[in-house]
Design a protein around this ligand. Structure first.
Ligand SMILES: [Zn+2]
Length: 201
């Protein structure tokens, strides 16, 4: 396995993995931690899925300090959710990021679940309700796609576009895009290749 840790890892394994990782970072780019110690000034807000395969720094080859991150199941932006509202407000008003990236991905578990009407139970049905609404609004488009994997990718794309349109309504975004040139980009990450594809919004 290429993994550094596994289900049997102990506290010592975790601490050892941390020390090794930070030694590699310190040896290759000593300026990174030195800069980190003095505060953060990230250029980008990344809105992504919690999926373990899609990590913003790995995807972009960025280092600590570059990307402020909001990740949740299916990269959703909701005005009922304090977490996404706070992340947007803080990244835009306080950190003054220059761009927002909304990144969904192929084979998204949240999107797969939303393609089915079957209840999951717990709070997940509430959380995924917006994705099910997008599915309902685009039923004809989705029905025309036969391959289930492609259908899932299409709903991921529609969901990314929806999160972007929600962000565009946020008062902080409205102000910053007018006065500070804040831009917003949508991408879908292919879990088989690790590559991003820009999606039209
Ligand atoms: Zn996902």
């Amino acid at each position: 396995s290429p993994f550094q840790l596994d289900r049997e890892s102990t506290v010592n394994d975790i601490l050892q993995a941390n020390r090794s990782a930070m030694k590699r970072l310190q040896d290759s780019m000593p300026a990174v931690l030195e800069k980190s110690g003095k505060g953060q000034s990230p250029h980008t807000l990344w809105v992504g899925c919690s999926d373990s395969r899609v990590n913003e720094c790995t995807t972009l080859g960025c280092v600590p300090g570059e990307v402020f991150t909001l990740r949740n199941i299916a990269n959703l932006i909701s005005y009922q959710d304090f977490s996404s509202m706070s992340a947007l407000q803080f990244a835009i008003d306080v950190l003054k990021v220059k761009r927002i990236i909304v990144c969904g991905h192929t084979d998204c578990g949240g999107v797969w679940a939303a393609l089915s009407s079957k209840k999951i139970g717990g709070v997940l049905d509430n959380w995924l309700a917006p994705v099910r609404q997008i599915r309902a609004k685009n039923l004809a488009t989705l029905k025309s796609i036969e391959d289930p994997f492609d259908k899932c990718t299409k709903l991921s794309e529609l969901n990314i576009a929806n999160s972007i349109s929600e962000i565009r309504k946020h008062p902080s975004f409205v102000t910053a895009s007018k006065h500070n040139g804040l831009e917003i980009l949508g991408f879908i990450y292919d879990v088989k290749t690790g590559l991003l594809r820009e999606i039209e919004t």
